[in-house]
Design a protein around this ligand. Sequence first.
Ligand code: HPA
Length: 272
Amino acid sequence: MSLYDKIQATAAFIQTKIQNNPQVGIILGSGLGGLIDMIEKEAELHYSQIPNFPVSTVEGHDGKLVFGKIGNKQVMLMAGRFHYYEGYSMEEVTFPVRVMKALGVDTVVVSNASGGTNPTFKIGELMIIRDHINLFPEHPLRGKNDERLGVRFLDMSEPYNPELIAMAKDIAAEQGVEVKTGVYIGLQGPTFETPAEYKWLHTIGGDAVGMSTVPEIIVARHAGLKVFAISVITDLGVTDVPVKISHQEVLDAANAAAPKMAALVDALIRKM
Ligand code: HPA
């Protein structure tokens, strides 16, 4: 079956389980589950029930799609994403985004936990992603292009929607939440970075680094979707002095910041 046919089959299956087509797709990062409670839930599908969906394996990701409303918007939320470091192919990592598009989504909101490489950042702060640098070893659009999914040579001059960024900054100011804006560097992991790598990532223009998001954003843009993405800074790699970090610390910092991130994203979706 072609990728296109798989997407259509999965979307058709999901259509039989939901009443209303989603307008906004949300992808939640590690430890950032808080937003699920903001949804007036209409349906829930575990990944294992959905044809062609990979099954997620990482701790802190529970692996389901949640459908419902935030304000007057129909949303579809992925609780648990597929990471390249888990061994999924780029096609698997980005498959849910293509299904979102097939279901009628026009905007995606993506969250993640990341390591700050900008020395002015603090742990627990939010960073709106205004641009990215793709350091994944493989490109999600590599291979024969299916024009039904998007163009061969995709413009990436403005991947993150400037109106949504401006709106989110206004909302954060109203909510009294400090947000940074910066460049996210996506790489494969699963190791955290060495001190020299953090320093290099900042030198080449990165404010934060993580192991997700970039593939999904590329495919969302390929599909013509509007994109908003936001990071919680869960650790800092800003000195030559080695600082130990663990997945648990990342989850704890993300959990601590989850309520303010959820409040911001909730207000943004209502206002879109
Ligand atoms: N590096 C890479 N990925 C991450 C980090 C980090 O420091 N923190 C959370 N995800």
